[in-house]
Design a protein around this ligand. Sequence first.
Ligand code: GAR
Length: 205
Amino acid sequence: MEPCCLRLAVLASGRGSNFLAILEAIQQGRLNAQIKVLISDKSDALALQKAEEAGIPHIFIDPRLFPDRQSYESEIVKELKSRDIDLVVLAGYMRLVGKVLLQSYPHQILNIHPALLPSFTGLHAQRQAVDYGVKFSGCTVHFVDDGMDTGPIIDQVVVPVLPDDTEDDLAERILEQEHKLYARVLQWIAEGRVYIEGRKVYIAK
Ligand code: GAR
């Protein structure tokens, strides 16, 4: 068997559609990677069920069992290290990442956010965009740092906001683009083409 490739861990708190889109990209040969594990902080996350159905190892780690973020993240790191993970992919993981994870995986943690950062950070980004009245929003894949949605931006896709859009309409239009964007960025990383200088991220041709 061909020695494979970028070893991914996906962290997800919810529905898991980005996880499935990444898995589909791998299965279709658009992304040269393997998902070695899906970890969730929510026992009832649909993502866990989807991983089960797809035959991907999955773990629920209950943050309430740990006295603080550091010990919770140490448990995550233990699971990641035991699987030789190269890259940690946050896909709807609704927690701030702390220093234990960041120091264990420097510039090796990615997040996708449903807005054109630095606008509309945090929760309900699509609702924030609709309420603000912007004409365009979109999605962003970025490296994770110690802020909320503040790390160096790797790529973004612009999505129009239509006059009668509800939050859900916009979320659906953005999500379609998220699924393509994440797989594309991960493939650039798999090809060794992504590098960072300060806040700027460059993609080698
Ligand atoms: C996605 O829209 C993702 O961008 C967003 O949560 C959703 C997860 O959907 N993430 C954030 O808002 C992080 N700040 P999914 O579980 O179906 O992939």
